[in-house]
Write a protein that binds this ligand. Structure first.
Ligand code: ADP
Ligand code: ZN
Ligand code: ZN
Length: 727
């Protein structure tokens, strides 16, 4: 048998398929060791065939490490991703396996387990113990109904255990232990479905293809997902559900475990290497047929998928922005189609792209316009912060929000305060000379973090000592920039000294289970106020939250990005949706300096359709997605001139290509990137917008080729399609 092997070396020259001789019982998807350039390297068998054009010259596969760890569906996906995102095959394969499995850094965990010697009758063992040793008898009796881990037994019985092992009455074996991710299972509540839910479940189960479930926050989308999954599992199929944040996986894991028990596995990058390996192994061995997770769970080793669900489909986190770059929604669509599964995208605020695809007939639209049990969506009150300032209030909270907060606390309810900026102050500036503290590696101002008393770069993570005098002019007159979540907590502590306040942002959740600890403390009402960035906006279901405060709602409005209106509308609706989810009802106070902006007016009315119509018209006129595809070739290098020259060369090539295909290029230009340097690398970009029609894939393939044509030393070139951010 001939095996086609992908070598586990990430390098353009090796990015090919190599043929090897293999044993007749070799299986596709196996991880193997093969001889390669006089070395033994790891590789993956992606295909088997009877003959090879290199027959006679082929080497033999050395060793099979694991059989069939990559399913046929995932091998087909590798081809799709290699083409679509211009990736190396091996970089795609790496997404499929637990990160530490390669190189054998993680294995099945085994612990010593003690049982009664199975070859000795129970009575023989008992009668072999002297009457003067009651502890020994007790130990033996305790093992009659089943074994126990050696460590636990030793804790209970001390050296008695070893004595009995020596007498050969007990046998020690190695027992695999499952490293189970944290998550107490939840009591299952099976509801009578609402009419809307019933219709949606029915349509999905009896249909096929792609669906958009457009349901307002609190309309009960989760129950729809669970019923559809239940149906798939009953039919012997498997299911994947993606959620946008690691912090949300815990909540869904609990719910799902309550209903599906051990049939659920969870996958995300916040798990320990061991946990991830064990969950992945359970899926591979078909011990779990339902997978919940963040973006990377889309690569779970499932076969025969019946349903793929992407909750909060509008969320930007489904797009991987670093190498390997991919869009989990497109990957999901591929897997669903490959396995004949239904694809469900769910959201209260679908992305403009998806809704446009609905209008074009790509997705079937299912709507759930009401909250469960006829609960109202919370009332959104818009507060004009210019007016507050005119009236002499320069504080963080408007009078209205302060009043509402104090009432909420008085009533014993909880509040969430949203501000999408972490740290204490967005920059530190000298009032005397205008000096701004900047990162030494990036062209970006540093954020002050008061808890660590450090200046931090939000692009590269580097930390610097805080300054109390200006390094340029020695003035002590420093000015702080816009406030961040740390400062919000501090000010709230002053205004409401008795309130217990939690903060959730990238800084407080960096440790393992960090999200989970904060959320479960808030859930258990160990705190009154939760302050946080967009992490708190998504999907969380807290029954005692009756007030949501949005500070600086304008922040996302002024990013120079064609999606800034869309993002703001989504964020406002999502954050607002956290309030009043149970009987108590809720209110939202939204603080802005531009209260009449249409995004806020439509968000206040929860008018998604109105927003979509306005937005899509604007995009059509200005020729932005979904009417075009944005392509950016990002060129970076530690030498400014080298990066610039490389960018110029690529630009000229693309310009010549565009001149031959003028109908497709709506826009083409080259420039320094808005952030000119990150991690000591100078950055240039070639930006284009390409007409979004059937031929765009061909055009993009040509751009990949032109951008990758000249391999220059010390210059890195990346081509991104519809990048989430253009910094
Ligand atoms: P969404 O994801 O649409 O924002 P959820 O799925 O979180 O909404 O549902 C909101 C709340 O309604 C949850 O607390 C859920 O337990 C509850 N719920 C869902 N379906 C029903 C139902 N049919 N009857 C009663 N309560 C329900
Ligand atoms: Zn100064
Ligand atoms: Zn930096």
């Amino acid at each position: 048998m001939i095996a086609e092997v992908i070598i586990d070396i990430s390098n353009d020259e090796v990015d090919r398929v190599f043929d090897y001789n293999a044993a007749p019982d070799i299986k596709t998807g196996s991880r193997v060791i093969v001889p390669f350039l006089n070395r033994a390297v790891q590789g993956y068998v992606i295909k088997l065939k009877e003959s090879s054009e290199f027959a006679g010259k082929l080497k033999d596969i050395g060793e099979v490490l694991d059989e069939s760890v990559i399913s046929g569906g995932l091998i087909a996906l590798m081809d799709f991703m290699t083409y679509k995102y211009n990736l190396r095959r091996i970089d795609v394969l790496h997404l499929y396996l637990p990160p530490d499995m390669r190189g054998g850094r993680v294995k099945e965990l085994k612990r010593k387990f003690v049982i009664l010697n199975p070859e000795m009758p129970y009575e023989t063992i008992l009668s072999g113990i002297r009457k003067t040793q009651p502890r020994q008898t007790e130990l033996v009796e305790s093992l009659e109904s089943g074994g126990e881990y050696l460590s636990a037994l030793t804790t209970l019985y001390g050296s008695t255990v070893n004595t009995l092992i020596k007498k050969n009455f007990l046998t020690v074996t190695d027992m695999p232990v499952r490293r189970e991710p944290r998550g107490d299972s939840h009591e299952d509540r099976v509801f009578e479905l609402s009419d809307d839910q019933k219709k949606c479940v029915g349509d999905i189960i009896s249909g096929k293809g792609k669906f958009l479930l457009h349901g307002v926050t609190g309309s009960g989308k989760t129950e729809v997902y669970m019923r559809v999954i239940e149906d798939a599992v009953k039919k012997g199929k498997t299911a994947i559900m993606l959620v946008p944040e690691i912090s949300l996986t815990a909540q869904f894991y609990k719910l799902f475990k309550g209903r599906f028990f051990d049939d659920v596995a969870i996958i995300h990058s916040g798990l320990s290497a061991g946990e991830r390996f064990d969950e992945w192994t359970r899926i591979l061995n078909k011990e779990a047929s339902i997978v919940i997770g963040a973006r990377s769970a889309i690569f779970a080793p499932l076969e025969n998928i019946g349903v793929v669900i992407i909750d909060e489909e509008h969320d930007g986190s489904y797009i991987s922005e670093s190498n390997p770059r991919y869009d989990a929604k497109e990957v999901a669509a591929f897997r669903a189609e490959h396995d004949g599964a239904v694809l469900i995208l769910g959201s209260a605020t679908p992305s403009v792209d998806t809704y446009y695809a609905v209008k074009k007939g790509v997705y079937k639209l299912l709507r759930m316009p009401n909250r469960i049990n006829k609960k109202c969506l919370p009332d959104i009150e818009i507060v004009d912060m210019c007016r507050e300032v005119r009236n002499g209030n320069t504080g963080l909270l408007s009078h209205r929000l302060e009043e509402a907060l104090s009432q909420t606390l008085k009533d014993g309810n909880q509040a969430m305060i949203y501000l999408n900026r972490r740290g204490y102050s967005s920059f530190v500036m000298c009032r005397a000379c205008g000096y701004v503290a900047k990162c030494s590696e990036c062209d970006i101002s540093l954020t002050y973090h008061i808890e660590e008393d450090k200046l931090k770069c939000h692009y590269c993570g580097k930390k610097f000592y805080m300054i109390d005098t200006c390094p340029e002019c020695s003035s002590k007159n420093l000015r702080y920039g816009k406030i961040g979540t740390e400062k919000v907590v501090k000010e709230l502590n002053t205004i409401f000294p008795k309130a217990v306040i939690l903060r959730m942002d990238n800084d407080t959740t960096s440790q393992k289970d960090g999200h989970d600890k904060i959320l479960s403390a808030f859930y258990k009402k160990q705190a009154d106020i939760l302050v946080g960035t967009q992490m708190i906006a998504k999907g969380h279901d807290f029954s005692d939250v009756t007030l949501v405060g949005i500070l600086d709602a304008d922040m996302s409005l002024y990013f120079s990005d064609y999606r800034s209106n869309e993002r703001t509308f989504q964020l406002m609706t999502q954050v607002a949706g956290r309030a009043g989810r149970e009987k108590k009802g809720g209110a939202v106070v939204l603080q802005t300096y531009v209260p009449s902006h249409y995004v806020f007016r439509l968000a206040k009315r929860y008018d998604y359709e109105g927003f979509y119509d306005k937005e899509v018209n604007g995009r059509e006129v200005t020729k932005y997605p979904p009417f075009t595809v944005i392509v950016r070739v990002l060129v970076t290098g530690s030498e400014d001139a080298a990066a610039m020259n490389a960018a110029r060369a690529i630009y000229n090539d693309i310009k010549a290509f565009a001149a031959k295909n003028p109908a497709y290029f709506v826009y083409l230009n080259a420039m320094r990137s808005p952030v000119t340097r990150i991690q000591s690398k100078y950055r240039y970009q070639i930006l284009m917008r390409i007409k979004n029609d059937a031929e765009k894939d061909d055009i993009i393939q040509n751009i990949y080729i032109l951008a990758g044509k000249d391999k220059l030393k010390d210059v890195t070139v990346f081509t991104e399609i519809n990048p989430q951010s253009l910094v």
